[in-house]
Design a protein around this ligand. Structure first.
Ligand code: HEM
Length: 360
């Protein structure tokens, strides 16, 4: 089994712990909008709203090519900066209520990912368009357990910004969570539409399982799931770095614990810990035998890795990228921003001849 494979493999590296970083202490200032000719979507909207350009002009600009030829219909008039502020307030108020150091940030990122990760390149089904997770069957999928927490938390945001579709809001909340936690700017486009039922939901089983029972099966499963969406090995590893954020909940997936000591900070800690820590199968929890699914723990027992996380250092091709990102956080940020942006746009008819994220 994978557990045995991991037990046999010695991951005996120097254990270096970084101090816990919080959003406010994060050393890296948020990147500024780029000034190059290939303007990022986000900065177009950002600049335009700051200059109070009429919403129509902003919307058209979003869908214009570099030669200013308008490729598509108008996007809804939504002030993303105002929506961001509301999302941040919701996250902050919620974190204060919890008072235990956890937050909605990771769950928002997971919501954005699970809305989008159902996409199939072969037939164009699935993806974030439609916000079908509000309905059965997606609402009840085991993989989506706990995401109702994120959807409910976003209801007041939707009430305050009714022009934004749920589908845009669910994905944008993930973008805001990454950016406000010290992560990179994520190019983001509006234009998803809500469907009124889950009738066009794809079949269950499109989101990844954390364990397929053996190392080769788990590795193959990860590739099957992400290749179906059109991702490369490098993109798979970059996306997995989102596990720096948030945690597993025994009442949602059955797994327990956070991946890093700073679960509200977006960083390359996930990769650094993967290569530098010694990971062993979890046997106990709070002094009692662990009865949950097979997972791994660090030497302190406070951090965790899923079998699918450990698979990334057992497969040589994946491991290459894990090591690369462990050494170079800037590279991870650049790659994550591109891959996450691509993920959130999968299957979305932005009504452009070329996907908007390919403009730069
Ligand atoms: C092989 C691929 C993946 C597997 C098997 C996997 C599995 C899981 C599982 C089991 C959880 C725990 C859920 C819970 O108990 O609340 C989780 C949480 C999470 N996942 Fe993944 N995941 C994968 C890829 C991704 C990707 C691509 C992203 C984003 C780009 C992501 C972002 C997250 C985040 C942020 C959390 C924390 C959620 C929270 O704090 O509530 N995961 N994942």
């Amino acid at each position: 089994s994978l557990a045995v494979a991991c037990r046999e493999k010695i991951f005996d590296f120097n254990i270096k712990k970084l101090p816990i970083k919080t959003r406010h202490q994060h050393p890296r200032p948020l990147p500024h909008p780029p000034s190059s000719a290939k303007i990022m979507l986000h900065s177009v909207r950002y600049t335009a709203t700051k200059l109070a350009v009429p919403a129509t002009a902003v919307s058209l600009a979003l869908y214009a090519s570099s030669s200013n030829e308008v490729l598509a219909k108008e996007a809804p008039a939504v002030d993303l900066e105002k929506v961001r502020d509301t999302i941040v307030s919701v996250m902050e108020e919620d974190a204060e209520k919890r008072g235990d150091g956890t937050s909605l940030a990771g769950t928002f990122i997971r919501l954005a990912w699970h809305c989008s990760g159902t996409y199939s390149k072969a037939d164009g089904t699935g993806g974030s368009n439609g916000a079908r997770m509000r309905f059965d069957p997606e609402a009840k999928w085991g993989a989506n357990a706990g995401l109702g927490v994120a959807r409910s938390a976003l209801e007041p945001v939707k009430a305050k910004h009714p022009d934004m579709s749920y589908a845009d809001l669910y994905t944008y909340a993930g973008v805001v969570a990454v950016e406000e936690s010290g992560g990179p700017k994520i190019p983001f486009g509006l234009g998803r539409e809500d469907m009124s039922s889950g009738e066009t939901s794809p079949p269950d089983g499109r989101l990844p399982d954390a364990d397929k029972g053996s190392r080769p099966s788990t590795v193959q499963h990860i590739r099957d799931i992400f290749y179906r969406m059109g991702f490369t090995d490098r993109e798979i590893v970059a996306l997995s770095g989102a596990h720096a954020m948030g945690r597993c909940h025994t009442d949602r997936s059955g797994y327990w614990g956070p991946w890093t000591f700073a679960e509200n900070t977006f960083s390359n800690e996930y990769f650094r810990l993967l290569v530098e820590e010694r990971w062993s199968p979890k046997a106990t929890h709070n002094g009692k035998p662990w009865t949950g699914p097979d997972q791994f723990e660090d030497s302190t027992g406070k951090l965790m890795m899923l079998p699918s996380d450990i698979a990334l250092i057992l497969d040589p091709e994946f491991k290459k990228y894990v090591e690369m990102y462990a050494k170079n956080e800037d590279l991870f940020f650049t790659d994550f921003a591109k891959a996450f942006s691509k993920l959130l746009a999968l299957g979305v008819p932005f009504a452009a001849t070329k996907a908007w994220y390919q403009f730069w």
